[in-house]
Design a protein around this ligand. Structure first.
Ligand code: RP5
Length: 167
């Protein structure tokens, strides 16, 4: 097993159905990663330990998914200078708006890059992590380019099919 470069962390295993898309995307790009459930408020010691040791363990990017008053990404970012990408998880009393605002509205000094509050968020977070890693990995950059080319072809095929159907 290759050493993980990306840490994919979620606040609860109830986040997994959504967050698994980040895992699948990283897998599809051949990005070695680890998956953990760590809560900023239920397991604060583990959260601190995780980010404090992340860089020394070889991680290069952390993805942090949480719902509710989502502190996880900010708490992990506080303990490391590795880039942290926050994934706000939909749901909760306010539909996920609280998670989006808690994740995206970091006060000054400790940034969290935040992806959309939607089903596309986890996959986009994984792609962004891969793009960061690809700065120093030409083979990964090629795989990202191939993925872009494949989705371009898909849209062109959909356009053609719809125009033919309506003709
Ligand atoms: C957050 O609270 C988690 O990230 C999850 O999105 C939300 C609900 O957690 P559970 O009550 O389902 O464990 O910490």
């Amino acid at each position: 097993m290759e050493k993980p470069l990306v840490g994919l962390v979620m606040g609860s295993d109830s986040d997994w159905p959504l967050v698994s898309k980040a895992h699948e995307t990283l897998d599809s790009l051949g990005v070695p990663h680890e998956v953990r459930v760590i809560s900023a408020h239920r397991t604060p010691e583990e959260a601190h330990e995780y980010s404090a040791t992340a860089e020394a363990r070889g991680l290069r990017v952390i993805l942090a998914a949480a719902g509710g008053a989502a502190h996880l990404a900010g708490v992990l970012a506080a303990g490391t200078v590795l880039p942290v990408i926050g994934i706000p998880v939909p749901g909760g009393a306010l539909g996920g708006l609280e998670a989006l605002l808690a994740t995206v509205q970091m006060p000054s000094g400790v940034p969290v890059a935040t992806v959309a509050l939607s089903s596309s968020g986890p996959a986009n977070a994984a792609l962004l992590a891969a793009e960061i890693l690809a700065l120093g990995d030409e083979a990964l950059r090629e795989r990202l380019r191939a993925r872009r080319a494949a989705q371009r072809e898909k849209v062109i095929a959909a356009d053609k099919a719809l125009r033919e159907k309506l003709a």
